[in-house]
Design a protein around this ligand. Structure first.
Ligand SMILES: [Zn+2]
Length: 141
């Protein structure tokens, strides 16, 4: 199939440089710079998500986190779907998405133990144990 080079795109009157700039996009999920021009004949049939995402997985992640935020998906479901998008580097998510993802991870963490032993009572317990050990040693004599 014939597909014309991207620079043949009809951005009327634009210089080649500006045409290239018009085709450079930044993915709103992972911040990747990619080239896509919805006006180019060669790419005109590209999926519409190509206008804002570099990969389909990025679209899935973006929508999944949005659904988590509005309560449509649970943290478990969100976690499941996002981890299936293996071609996206989750450390590259935009700050907003990173925040949402952290929220998912946080709500999946096991709940904190209700009664956390205070440092003081822990130290006291250790001391009692130590004394007992010493007593045992003494008793052995
Ligand atoms: Zn992306």
């Amino acid at each position: 199939m014939f597909s014309p080079p991207a620079v043949l795109c009809a951005h009327g009157g634009m210089t080649k440089w500006r045409v290239l700039m018009a085709m450079m996009r930044t993915c709103i999920t992972c911040g990747t710079r990619y080239e896509y021009c919805g006006n180019c004949k060669g790419q005109a049939k590209g999926p519409t998500w190509k206008n804002i995402y570099d990969k389909e997985s990025c679209k899935i992640i973006f929508n999944t986190l949005a659904s988590f935020k509005n309560g449509t998906l649970t943290a478990e479901q969100t976690h499941d779907i996002v981890l299936r998008c293996k071609d996206v580097d989750l450390t590259k998510l935009t700050p907003q998405l990173q925040e949402n993802w952290n929220e998912v991870m946080d709500s999946l963490k096991p709940k904190k133990i209700e009664k956390t032993e205070s440092v003081r009572s822990y130290t006291a317990r250790r001391r009692r144990l130590k004394n007992n050990e010493e007593n045992l040693i003494v008793n052995e004599d």
